[in-house]
Design a binder for this molecule. Structure first.
Ligand SMILES: Cc1cc2nc3c(=O)[nH]c(=O)nc-3n(C[C@H](O)[C@H](O)[C@H](O)COP(=O)(O)OP(=O)(O)OC[C@H]3O[C@@H](n4cnc5c(N)ncnc54)[C@H](O)[C@@H]3O)c2cc1C
Length: 564
């Protein structure tokens, strides 16, 4: 059973804020900056689990997609996004993304982000899988995320200047959010967090606030092989679920097809070889040098990620190998140095020079298309709780994210949240109390879950494998931790997400987008829609008999999508 108990009871220090933003990637920092711009007299607290730039944002390579090039239009970007999403994107959310996108990227440029430019200062735009046009803006060749993060954090430092006087943006690093505090009517009243700090704000404390923006990023650490950094343990989604919020589409995990293969025993964050390398002309080959994407899909090596990842898994099964190769030798040294210096350096540090030899690659968990379910303004099913970035499920990705749409999604929907907060900041409320013992897991459980998930709920899934995974997860859930602490809290979050993901994947008896069932290899019209998950029956139920349990309902995608 999945615990819906708090990770730690609120005790120790307490403080107040008008808005709390959790996370300091593109989504969190944009939400904080935009809210500050919209509500300059308010006190915004931004907390982040590790250092400010320790999330996925700084690792983003390929770039950010928006219809910025000559001849490109939001309508074409919309069509490509819908095609990748395999029939279950929320069209209104995609429309918001592609229509707001170009102006949001221009604001990022005005803020100081320096994207690569060609002759005459024209923005250089590249292509990635699933895009029919060049529309990906990039920076430092393949260091887009690092540049965006740098620009946003500079702006944050400037905006935070007035925080000591009770207005502006206050920032706390090494602060892990644990749980929401709810008012009697089920709306947000605050947040508990654990701070590794000095002085008054150390240990577990509480922030009383009527508005929380979750921007905690992805959940790649649910798997043993992932491109995501260690902070990506899906905490925001897990804490939202514990509070009774709806999450959606958690079965749709995108596995990046080309992650540097470091040997069968490799674990943790593994270096990504961006799709943009294929966009510039590199192609996949098997051990005998055969190009295996040709003829499998009209876009060949630039097919959507799920198609490429599945093709790689098939080739590996056919040839009895545990990796394939990405051949970029024909790009030449100049292209590698100008466009992909970070990737080349990363390969070189592992003894592979992509200028001279094909790169061994394998798929790994990369992006969570699902998350806390939101509307077009980032609002969740709990009043006062917002979510944006990878932690959210806005509906733009459907069953499969189009490359480079995630940075844009973080930017656009964070701005939308700020606009919503500016029109109706919720009133403050007193939190109710919850005196039950915390639900924690032994830290060692994380490693067991990660291996189980890679083996049973990875690129290839089957009914029996998922049933076995659910059973093992139930047993792992019995490994209650005796001592609280970040590792035990993360283990509880990873366990919650793995359990919900496996349950959703087992229910969806079809293959769609990034969810590939070997026993149901085709898409089914019966499954055109979303699996929406909640823990428990109601955000305010506190009956110990009723506090564990999972509710999953299927909501069909409307045939004629409504317009905004
Ligand atoms: C290697 C790699 C390459 C990528 N390349 C691209 C690309 O080219 N284009 C693209 O569009 N997307 C790309 N992506 C995806 C994209 O980078 C992410 O989806 C996006 O950056 C997520 O931004 P975010 O703000 O939602 O989360 P993140 O940037 O991951 O930030 C999450 C933040 O939340 C904090 N946090 C987590 N849990 C807690 C907690 N409990 N309490 C407090 N703080 C917490 C983290 O410390 C972090 O600051 C890539 C991802 C990876 C891993």
């Amino acid at each position: 059973m999945i615990a819906r108990r708090l990770l730690a009871p609120p005790h120790g220090w307490a403080r107040r804020a008008d808005v709390v933003v959790v996370g300091s990637g593109i989504a969190g920092v944009t939400a904080a900056l935009s809210t500050h711009a919209a509500l300059p007299e308010s006190n915004i607290l931004l907390i982040t689990k590790s250092l400010l730039d320790d999330g996925s944002t700084r690792w983003a390579q390929g770039g950010i997609a928006a219809a910025l090039g000559p001849g490109d239009t939001p309508g074409q970007h919309l069509a490509d996004t819908l095609a990748a999403g395999a029939g279950i994107c929320d069209v209104d959310a995609v429309r918001a993304l592609v229509n707001d996108g170009p102006a949001a990227v221009r604001r990022l440029i005005e803020l100081g982000a320096k994207f690569d430019r060609g002759a005459g200062g024209v923005l250089e735009l590249t292509r990635e899988g699933g895009h029919l046009r060049r529309r990906i803006a990039h920076a430092g060749g393949d260091a887009t995320g690092a540049e965006i993060s740098r620009a946003l954090l500079c702006a944050l430092a400037e905006a935070g200047a007035g925080a000591d006087e009770g207005i502006g943006i206050d920032v706390i690093e090494h602060a892990m959010s644990l749980d929401l505090l709810l008012a009697g009517d089920g709306s947000v009243a605050g947040l508990t967090l654990h701070v590794i700090g000095e002085g008054q704000q150390d240990g577990v404390g509480a922030v009383h606030t009527p508005a929380v923006v979750l921007a905690t990023g992805g959940m790649g650490q649910v798997y043993s092989a992932t491109t995501n950094p260690p902070v990506s343990t899906g905490d925001g989604v897990a804490l939202a679920l514990r509070a009774g919020a709806e999450a959606a589409d958690l079965e749709f995990v995108q596995f990046h097809p080309t992650v540097l293969w470091l040997g069968a025993a490799a674990r943790g964050r593994q270096p990504l070889i961006s799709e943009a390398v294929r966009g510039e002309g590199a192609f996949l080959i098997d051990g005998s040098g055969r190009r295996f994407m040709t003829g499998r899909h009209p876009l060949a090596d630039l097919a959507p990620r799920d198609v490429v990842a599945k093709a790689i898994m098939s080739v590996m099964a056919e040839t009895g190998t545990d990796h394939v190769y990405l051949d970029g030798t024909q790009l030449g040294e100049d292209v590698w140095e100008h466009r992909f210096p970070t990737i080349r350096a990363s390969c070189l540090s592992h003894g592979i020079d992509p200028v001279r030899e094909p790169i061994p690659v394998v798929p790994a968990a990369h992006y969570a298309s699902g998350g806390v379910k939101t509307d077009l303004h980032g609002r969740t099913s709990i009043h006062g709780l917002y979510a944006c970035g990878e932690a959210a499920c806005t509906g733009v990705h459907g069953a499969n994210r189009l490359a480079s749409n995630s940075l844009l999604e973080g930017l656009v929907f964070a701005e939308r949240i700020a606009a919503d907060l500016a029109t109706c900041l919720p009133p403050r409320q007193e939190p109710t109390t919850d005196a039950r013992p915390p639900g924690l897991l032994e830290p060692g459980a994380t490693d067991q879950i990660q291996h189980l998930m890679t083996e049973r709920a990875g690129v290839l899934r089957s009914g029996p494998g998922l049933v076995a995974a659910a059973e093992t997860l139930r047993k792992i859930g019995d490994q209650q931790a005796s001592r609280p602490g970040p590792a035990a809290w993360e283990a509880a979050n990873v366990h919650t997400l793995a359990s919900v993901l496996v349950a959703s994947a087992a229910l969806r008896t079809e293959t769609r987008g990034s969810h590939w069932r070997e026993d149901y290899p085709k898409s089914s019209d019966d499954w055109i829609g979303h699996l929406i998950v909640t823990l428990g029956q109601s955000p305010v139920v506190r009956d110990p008999e009723d506090d564990d349990g999972l509710t999953i309902r299927f909501v069909p995608t409307p045939k004629e999508p409504a317009r905004e």
